[in-house]
Design a binder for this molecule. Structure first.
Ligand SMILES: [Zn+2]
Length: 131
């Protein structure tokens, strides 16, 4: 990661995401060192917390409630933080990409069609809930 202000390297422990909120409008998102936070910023979040999966999701989805002046600023921050939050090589994606490379879908035997929907459990059947 690189600071939006000074251009020097930035690690999650020292990063701050800041922006300006005005009613339901938000603008001027920046990913910076703490001393580089723009003076006019009214909101700030510590990157050390934003790389926790639930905090990352909360930050990203909270933006849906506001009108964002420049979505590219938020998009760049979400993508900059994501390698610290999600693994790019998670098993579901790797299996899906591997299968897609030869035109298949994981869990569907090659040469057969995917069944429309899995059979619904019988009425009154005991279903074990996951934890
Ligand atoms: Zn900086």
């Amino acid at each position: 990661m690189v600071c939006d202000r000074c251009g020097k390297a930035l690690v999650p422990l020292e990063g701050i995401v800041s922006w300006t909120r005005d009613g339901t409008d938000e603008r001027s998102f920046a990913l910076t060192h703490a001393p580089c936070v723009p003076a006019e910023a009214s909101q700030r979040e510590e990157v050390r917390r934003l790389v926790w999966p639930n905090e990352f999701l909360r930050f990203a989805t909270d933006r849906f409630s506001y009108r964002i002046a420049d979505p590219d600023e938020v998009r760049a921050i979400v993508w900059a933080l994501s390698p610290f939050v999600v693994r790019h090589d998670n098993p579901a994606e790797m299996d899906g990409m591997r299968a897609a490379s030869f035109g298949a879908i994981p869990g569907v035997k090659p040469g057969t069609e995917q069944t429309a929907t899995p059979a619904a459990p019988k009425e009154g059947a005991e279903v074990e809930a996951g934890k």
